[in-house]
Design a binder for this molecule. Structure first.
Ligand SMILES: Nc1ncnc2c1ncn2[C@@H]1O[C@H](COP(=O)(O)OP(=O)(O)O)[C@@H](O)[C@H]1O
Ligand SMILES: [Mg+2]
Length: 335
């Protein structure tokens, strides 16, 4: 087994709203990402993907609160560290996060080079502006971004270019792991492809050691990440290789996200996504039993009476369902 870059054990975090209600958005999540590997996290909107990403940074501020569990990055336990140490020594260098829609949140009055200066100077105030410029130019060249972008304002860039720039800025300190939250969701197909290729290049060229790619479109992860974790209502419902999650999903929710029929030889191009009827449950009061039960077409009364554990099926695969693998494969075959 190669070196583990990110290890998360039984992490639980919640929001406390201003009406003092708890929202259980990340519920007992465990995962591992090894050096050179990428993990995709998929699930509909509201399933807790962004909250998990934020929680992984180990840097909590209200309304988000750490409840229990541990996060270890490259052998260093970051849970329990004081927030200031996390901000100074972990964020940007050990772990970097590109928030959802980050490209639309850039300060419009600052040039791209100024954002890079902010990131580098926050980490080391002694670096000269010339050294920052030289490093930025070198990185942009390696990543195939035009140098003149450095002197531009966000508004002067197209959506695709803005997103690629945000990614380049976020990895300027060569973090060990990059978390990209829906990095291609708001873009046209061509820009989406360029963004995904750029993320793959970052891994290939050693600018990051590992990656987490978050999306609400499970099929998008095929051929992009090595492994896939499907989240539903704050919990992991399936962990598998990308190949398994896409072509042999076990959890009925993963199956639903993949749509109905996949013909491996034809690839995923013509796949029609079937929307799953209903909506995810309210996380202020999650159901006692299987959280997907209300929407599951295979539901039986037992699903609703007690919590369902994540079951390991060997070789790193796991799923959270009352039914056996054999049973699920058979019912999916019938359709
Ligand atoms: N600031 C917040 N305060 C309270 N609840 C929140 C807050 N942000 C998100 N949530 C809730 O947490 C749950 C998970 O949201 P989120 O992590 O954004 O999901 P996703 O990224 O999968 O769409 C949702 O039920 C959402 O309503
Ligand atoms: Mg999100």
């Amino acid at each position: 087994m190669s070196k583990v870059i990110l290890e998360v054990n039984d992490l639980t975090t919640k929001y406390i709203t201003r009406f003092h209600e708890d929202v259980y958005a990340v519920d007992h999540v465990s995962l591992k990402v090894e050096e050179g590997k990428s993990l995709g996290i998929a699930g509909e909107s509201g399933c807790g993907k962004s909250t998990l990403a934020l929680s992984l940074m180990g840097y909590y501020f209200p309304p988000l609160h750490f409840t229990s569990g541990e996060i270890i990055i490259d052998g260093q336990r970051i849970t329990g560290m004081d927030p200031d140490t996390v901000r100074r020594t972990i964020l940007g260098t050990e772990i970097a996060y590109i928030p959802q829609a980050a490209m639309n949140a850039l300060n419009p009055t600052r040039k791209i080079i100024n954002f890079i200066e902010d990131v580098i100077l926050a980490h080391d105030p002694k670096v000269s502006r010339k050294d920052i410029y030289d490093l930025a130019r070198e990185r942009f060249e390696i990543l195939g971004l035009p140098e003149d972008v450095l002197q531009k304002y966000p508004v002067e860039l197209s959506g695709g270019m803005k997103q690629r720039t945000v990614i380049a800025v976020s990895v300027i300190l060569a973090p060990k792991i990059l978390i990209a939250d829906e990095p291609s969701s708001a873009l046209d197909v061509t820009s989406q492809k360029m963004v995904i290729k750029m993320l793959l290049d970052l891994m290939e060229k050693g600018m990051i050691k590992s990656m987490i790619f978050i999306t609400h479109e499970l099929p998008l992860l095929y051929n992009v990440t090595d492994d896939i974790m499907v989240m539903y209502a704050g919990q992991i419902v399936e962990k598998a290789t990308a190949q398994e999650a896409v072509f042999d999903p076990l959890h009925p929710y993963s199956k639903g996200l993949m749509g109905s029929i996949i013909v491996p030889e034809k690839g995923l191009r013509n796949l029609k996504l079937s929307a799953i009827p209903g909506v995810p449950p309210n996380l202020k009061k999650p159901p006692t039993g299987c959280r997907f039960a209300e929407r599951c077409k295979y539901v039986i009364p037992e699903c609703k009476t007690h919590p369902i554990d994540l079951r390991e099926t060997g070789e790193g695969r796991a799923y959270r369902c009352i039914f056996s693998e054999e049973y699920l494969r058979k019912v999916y075959q019938i359709g």
